[in-house]
Design a binder for this molecule. Structure first.
Ligand SMILES: *Cc1c(COP(=O)(O)O)cnc(C)c1O
Length: 357
């Protein structure tokens, strides 16, 4: 269990009327409905201050706000779950603080102290606890965000920043397996670039290539390396993992791949299950040959939104390759079950991954 025992000075302004009664928890769109409150802190160039929980509402921003022009902004994504006993659990939030601060360093932004992130999150979830859904497969998606607040159109780093945590109740993300297209023209990230940071530019650059794939009937892309477009990188919001000849194979993380918390959790569970793991370069050719020969047994995306998203089709150079039926995927189905059981508190948290609110 992750303990949060710091006392923070957080101001609180409660909503005058909760929006909770208006929400249809049986039909939750992803990321559109926000809870009543948000946590906010401001960086004045020296320190984080004015910690506060306030009603979720629009903010006023200068058209000269630096983020709008140069994209000095980073975010995180994690989830809270409600157990059958009504307890609220958050999955590995300590890992999100670490990664947010890695992103902050790369984007030349101030780091956020762990006690402000975790303490603010704990308070916010206590206030908006009733918003954590109980319907099957649903959860509370948590979106921490940090962005530049200087009003200045000159090109340099902002001195001031705002940190916000907002939350949105969500249903199951992908309720059906996904079709992915291997991208061999556009590039998401390169060595020396910002691919490992959860920063706006990476996602902005992926909009057009993704839309083109969607028009061809795919759900997502398999990004390949920016140099040769020969090796599997990731899916842009999920890391990619494969079972080939009974081994778990996934690209090693580096500059161009986001170090996913779901990915590292899957790897740890695989280790415990005695599954051989290979973190290495995986050529698209090996993947396609594996589909043809039957060596490729499972393929899935790993990320907070979906946990595990089975891949049923891979498109490469105009050919669509069908993958083994989802029911045959022993490993990913077992890992998924283990993670779901843990998140909903149905099994003991022996790894110390969960934070209790
Ligand atoms: C967030 C994200 C992932 C998945 O990371 P998790 O911590 O597992 O949610 C993978 N790739 C990219 C580019 C991401 O932004």
């Amino acid at each position: 269990m992750i303990a949060v025992d710091f006392a923070l000075d957080i101001a609180f302004k409660q909503v005058s009327k909760s929006r909770l009664p208006e929400v249809d928890f049986n039909h939750l769109p992803f990321g559109k409905i926000m809870t009543d409150h948000m946590f906010v802190a401001d960086y004045d160039g020296q320190e984080w201050k004015d910690l506060r929980i306030v009603p979720f509402a629009n903010m006023s921003i200068s058209p000269a706000n630096l983020t709008l022009h140069y994209g000095q902004t980073i975010f995180e994504g994690l989830k809270a779950y409600k157990t059958d006993a009504g307890e609220v659990l958050v999955f590995r939030p300590d890992q999100n603080v670490k990664r947010l601060n890695k992103s902050a360093i790369r984007m030349y932004m101030p780091e956020i102290p762990e006690e402000i992130f975790l303490g603010g999150l704990r308070e916010l979830l206590s206030v908006d606890r009733e918003w954590v859904p109980t319907t099957s497969g649903s959860s509370l998606y948590i979106r921490p965000l940090m962005f530049a607040t200087d009003e200045y159109v000159g090109l340099n780093a902002s001195k001031t920043y705002r940190f916000i945590i907002m939350c949105s109740p969500v249903g199951a993300y992908y309720n059906k397996p996904v079709k992915v297209k291997v991208e061999t023209h556009f590039t998401r990230a390169v060595e020396g670039g910002i691919g490992y940071a959860k920063t706006a530019g990476n996602y902005a650059a992926s909009m057009l290539p993704t839309q083109l794939a969607v028009e061809e009937g795919y759900d997502q892309l398999i990004w390949t390396d920016g140099k040769e477009h020969k090796y599997v990188e990731e899916a842009g919001s999920m890391n990619l993992m494969f079972v080939i000849n009974n081994k778990l194979v996934t690209a090693s993380t580096g500059d161009s791949i986001l170090d996913g918390i779901t990915r590292k959790s899957v790897i740890q569970i695989a280790k415990e299950m005695g599954m051989p793991i290979e973190e290495r370069k995986l050529a698209i050719n090996e993947l396609i040959e594996g589909v043809k020969s039957g060596a490729l047994q499972e393929a899935f995306g790993a990320g907070t939104a979906a946990t595990i998203a089975h891949i049923i089709q891979i498109g490469y150079e105009g050919i669509r390759y069908e993958l083994p039926a989802v029911e045959t995927r022993t490993f990913s189905n077992a890992v998924y079950k283990e993670m779901e059981n843990l998140k909903y508190g149905r099994i003991a948290d022996l790894r110390g991954w969960m934070m209790t609110i």
